[in-house]
Write a protein that binds this ligand. Structure first.
Ligand code: A2P
Length: 340
């Protein structure tokens, strides 16, 4: 990229997503002029590596954003709610990974493979929202289908990795698994139930309608990103004892006639998608294969024999990379290339 070099701040640099944001910026050779690593007071003074340089973590404060062009936030919803407007007021553009700003009509919610044009609306509040991890991978796979066949309804069930809850949850699955196989007592801190060797149909808080916030994020964010409020969506989101990568079983009903063969053809060349669909050789997307990659893996594409125009798919992606850090850095790249 032969363009302007950018002053970057990373809020939540010591977290699971922050870690990966550092790696993504390095791997993609983002044109950086300077980088500021921010976290809570607990981490101030810690050193992190960026491109072989040791950089001291600073406490996130109201004065952290002077001279910054783009601030990547992944430090939780309440931190974003408070500090994103402060950062924007200091003149930088915030790309926020929390759910705090996603459904604000003035804030664009962007998946570069789907609605890169929405980035232009960053001027409204100086904030761009990075969508929910499960939603990102689903819309990357479904948007080409929507364009071609018009999606009427989506039924999705997720199998979500613990890394989506952050570093403490990764440690909890590890510790509980070790305790289980050593017949030791189990400790629960992050989740209300044991996650090791279990599945929890509970991600984020329950809402009045009986769905969880995570489920409603999938409904509302999908419509906003695909810019189509007519799509019917219903979701069941489940936490499973997997460290990295979310998997999703998705049933789609379309308005126009669709077939598994046509969808396979379409997804072969879709941006950000890797088709892995060769069941006769036991080839289908797996969490362990998607981990560490940026593509959304799609397979098990079948005609839904109970519907006139329906298909089933299995969609897998690394929730920390494409589901969070990579998507945010892709947005930053487009900002740097086209708007700054
Ligand atoms: P810290 O490590 O100092 O607590 P994860 O999602 O893995 O739990 O990480 C959350 C990230 O958000 C960490 O970098 C954490 O910093 C940061 N964070 C949490 N609360 C605050 C806060 N009040 N101010 C700044 N950073 C915060």
């Amino acid at each position: 990229m032969g363009q302007k070099k950018i002053n970057i701040a990373l809020a939540g640099a010591t977290g699971a997503v922050g870690d990966q944001m550092i790696t993504c910026l390095e791997e993609r050779e983002f044109p950086i002029k300077s980088i500021k690593l921010l976290a809570s007071r607990r981490s101030a003074g810690r050193k992190l590596n960026f491109n072989g340089q040791s950089i001291e973590v600073e406490e996130l404060t109201e004065n952290s954003f002077k001279g910054i062009d783009i601030a990547l936030f992944s430090a939780g919803g309440s931190t974003s709610k408070k500090f994103a407007p402060i950062a924007a007021k200091s003149g930088c553009i915030v790309i926020d990974n929390s759910s705090a700003w996603r459904m604000d009509p003035a804030v664009p919610l962007v998946v570069p493979e789907v609605n890169p044009q929405a980035i232009a609306d960053y001027t409204n509040k100086g904030i761009i929202a990075n969508p929910n991890c499960s939603t990102i991978q689903m819309v990357v796979a479904l948007f080409p289908i929507h364009k071609q066949f018009k999606i009427k309804r989506i039924v999705v069930s997720t199998y979500q990795a613990v890394s989506g809850t952050g570093k403490k949850a990764i440690a909890e699955l590890f510790d509980q698994t070790r305790a289980m196989i050593n017949f030791l007592d189990i400790k629960k801190n992050v989740y209300p139930h044991r996650i090791a060797f279990n599945c929890l149909p509970h991600i984020d808080q329950f809402e009045e309608n009986g769905y969880t916030k995570e489920e409603m994020k999938m409904v509302n964010e999908t419509r906003k990103i695909m810019e189509d409020d007519t799509i019917g969506i219903t979701a069941t989101t489940v936490r499973v004892p997997v460290f990295f990568s979310h998997s999703e079983a998705v049933n789609v009903e379309t308005v126009k006639p669709v077939s598994a063969a046509r969808v396979q053809d379409l997804l072969k060349n879709a941006p950000g998608v890797k088709l892995v669909d060769d069941p006769s050789n036991n080839l289908y997307p797996l969490a362990i294969d998607a981990a560490g990659h940026d593509l959304t893996f799609v397979g098990r594409i079948r005609d839904d024999e109970s519907l006139e125009n329906g298909i089933n798919l299995w969609i897998v992606a690394d929730n920390i990379r494409k589901g969070a850090a990579t998507n945010a850095v892709q947005i930053a790249e487009l900002l740097a290339q086209q708007y700054l």
